[in-house]
Design a binder for this molecule. Structure first.
Ligand code: ATP
Ligand code: MG
Length: 253
């Protein structure tokens, strides 16, 4: 199983949409078995899938609330499952003494042994709190969504800082790539994308994700973007991005 964390401490860059849509591309187009972990107290990933029962959530996982992993997992389809989150996860940084920072990594090992999933995708909050730290201990790699239109030199410094902090927590994590999201197609964004390829010092996905109106409707209706608007720019781009990502996985081994 490959464990991917979707990281960026900047809010609203498309982390949750990337986690949700990447998971759908992997299940629908590539027949992979995927576990999503909602690691954000905002619970946006769980909202995307309309999960209402959040009694066995990431908070319970982090605080050792159960020892049999299927208890935590909500099946969304035969190939897709989720561990949901709600506001209780915000306690992680208040009640630090009850949080087991190794809980997600322990789960990863058990899932590996049971050969339960091909991919585990963790949607991180825009903070470096304990929930994020627990996820980074478990992750093999990170994908970093960024908005190219608001990216700047200080943005690059922030990214480098985040990757450095991440490596302090877990030196074996790789950056799978930076992913340009909410792409408007301006020359400035294209220039920034080219600049990143040369200067970022980490991989950058060639594929970018277009800003697309149907995204909002799909999120509000709890319907996969691929089913809601398969021909919109973002759906097409996410499908291409996942193909590019899987080619990278093959290369990296
Ligand atoms: N390609 C896109 N086209 C249109 N809207 C988008 C696109 N990507 C993201 N959005 C919208 O932008 C907003 C922020 O996206 P999202 O919630 O995925 O970001 P995030 O990085 O997870 O935010 P947070 O840091 O708060 O968790 C959401 O309303 C989402 O629906
Ligand atoms: Mg989010």
């Amino acid at each position: 199983m490959r464990t991917i964390a979707i990281l960026n401490l900047k809010g609203g860059v498309g982390k949750t949409l990337t986690a949700a849509t990447m998971a759908r591309c992997l299940t629908d187009d590539h027949h992979k078995h995927v576990l999503l972990i909602d690691d954000d107290p905002q619970g946006n990933l769980s909202d995307c899938f309309g999960v209402t029962d959040r009694s066995n959530s990431t908070w319970e996982l982090l605080t050792g609330g159960g020892d049999y992993w299927p208890d935590f997992v909500t099946d969304l389809s035969p190939l897709l499952s989720i561990i949901p989150a709600d506001m209780s996860l915000a306690y992680a940084d208040i009640r630090r003494e009850v949080v087991d920072l190794r809980a997600i990594d322990d789960l990863r090992q058990t899932l590996d042994e049971d050969e339960a999933y091909d991919f585990c995708i963790i949607d991180l909050p825009p903070s470096l709190g304990l929930a994020t730290q627990a996820a980074l201990f478990a992750a093999d790699e990170v994908i970093i969504p960024i908005r190219l239109d608001t990216f700047s030199t200080s943005g690059m410094a922030q990214l480098a800082w985040q990757v450095n902090e991440m490596r302090k927590l877990n030196p074996r994590i790789r950056v799978a790539g930076i992913l340009g999201t909410q792409f408007l197609g301006t020359d400035e964004e294209k220039d920034i994308h080219r600049w990143l390829h040369i200067n970022a010092g980490m991989p950058v996905f060639r594929q970018t994700i277009r800003m697309s109106k149907p995204v909002l409707g799909s999120v509000n209706r709890h319907v996969s973007l691929l089913a809601h608007s398969p021909r919109c720019g973002a759906a097409i781009d996410y499908r291409r991005f996942v193909k590019e990502y899987l080619r990278g996985v093959k290369k990296r081994g």
